[in-house]
Design a protein around this ligand. Structure first.
Ligand code: DC
Length: 372
């Protein structure tokens, strides 16, 4: 799991396979939060992963120690100011298991405010402390706020200036993405509108949907523009037309053409070299901008998503729910750029939460990562 030369050769410290280590931990049913330099590394910061700090309930400590296969002689209780921790020397490297750090940084608070990072195999996720938690914890044990030579994700060379927001229809993506872009002064990009525009052109030109060459020609040739909150095909305002029911129904099929996807991905990547964007779609974090310094996967329960759409369109909730489930299946089931959370995406469930609350949380994550 960890390169055997990890502890002997400091130059090889980056070979610590943090994600694999955490994946094996996440496979257990232990309640824990990852915090410290490791949390920064998982959030894209360039840090030399040193100790892995787990933050957990007192009652879980023994269970985690046995999970890590730590013998009595390899674990020591440390009282360090207000910090109480078990320092373990495991086969995998050093792991500190924290209980309380300071009056403010209780397990309950950290667990409530931590973000869920998805990685590794399907269904594997782990809670990761925020930068604020990392700072509080390090301050409590007398360390600098972040490791001195760490680099925030946005300051690394070649990092595209984009916040990637993916998720299924009705999760609140458009509203949240638009509001976040306004809040940060970034440009908003609706990539769904690009796929809808290609579909409108295909339908208007009555192209044969089995003719890949013809569809590719249209996807390469369409001039899609965003001006003043409106969408244009050439000079024509198509903002309303691309939301018509027949375009909505045909778009997942057209968006599944490899030729269409590669044409759109190329344009989106070009845009990201020209300015600062908050971009929403289905494959922003997984395909278009895998190096984005912040990737968000917004989701909500199907019922909540249907309820929101029904309020917008006036259609009955049950019908919207069926349509949403059908579209989810098409978007998630396609071979190319299927809808799924990037391994290191922060998953945010918007069910029952206000837009302002979610936008505030995302803006906080953008600040934590040095994006603004
Ligand atoms: O977000 P939306 O409902 O406007 O998206 C319309 C369709 O386009 C939807 O079926 C998913 C698809 N789409 C995609 O395949 N990739 C994207 N990046 C954005 C949207």
């Amino acid at each position: 799991m960890i390169d055997s030369s990890y502890s002997e050769n400091p130059c090889l410290r980056q070979t610590l396979k943090l994600q694999e280590l955490l994946a094996s931990l996440a496979a257990s049913d232990c309640e824990f939060v990852v915090i410290g330099s490791s949390a920064l590394a998982l959030q894209g910061w360039d840090v030399t992963p040193s100790d892995l700090d787990l933050f957990t309930y007192n009652s879980e400590v023994d269970r985690i120690r046995s999970l890590l296969d730590v013998g009595q002689d390899k674990a020591a209780w440390i009282e360090d100011g207000e910090a109480r921790r078990v320092e373990c020397e495991t086969r995998l490297g050093p792991v500190d298991i924290y209980l309380d750090v300071s009056g403010d940084l209780t397990f309950d608070r950290v667990e409530k405010e931590s973000v869920v990072i998805v990685f590794g195999r399907e269904g594997h996720s782990v809670k990761v402390g925020s930068l604020a938690h990392v700072r509080d914890m390090r301050a409590a044990v007398g360390r600098t706020p972040v490791p001195v030579d760490s680099i925030p994700p946005a300051h690394k060379n070649e990092t595209p200036h984009v916040i990637a927001i993916d998720g299924p229809a009705g999760a609140g993506k458009s509203t949240v993405t638009r509001a976040l872009a306004r809040h940060l002064g970034f440009t908003y990009l609706d990539t769904g509108a690009m796929y809808r525009s290609v579909t409108l052109a295909v339908l208007e030109q009555r192209a044969d949907p089995d003719d890949h060459g013809e569809i590719a020609r249209i996807a390469d040739g369409v001039e899609i523009g965003f001006r003043g909150g409106k969408v244009y095909l050439g000079d024509r305002d198509v903002t309303a037309a691309i939301r018509s029911p027949n375009v909505t129904e045909a778009t997942p099929h057209i968006a599944a053409f490899p030729e269409v996807r590669s044409a759109m991905v190329k344009r989106q990547r070009q845009l990201f070299t020209e300015g600062a964007y908050v971009a929403e779609g289905r494959d922003m974090g997984t395909v278009v901008a895998p190096d984005a310094p912040l990737k968000i996967y917004l989701t909500a329960s199907p019922e909540e998503r249907a309820r929101r759409r029904s309020l917008e369109t006036g259609e009955p909730v049950t019908e919207v729910l069926m349509a949403i489930e059908e579209r989810d299946e098409l978007d998630s089931g396609r071979k190319l750029s299927a809808l799924k959370a990037a391994e290191d995406a922060v998953v945010i469930d918007t069910t029952g939460r206000s837009i302002d609350e979610v936008v505030e949380e995302l803006a906080g994550l953008a600040r934590d990562r040095g994006i603004v």
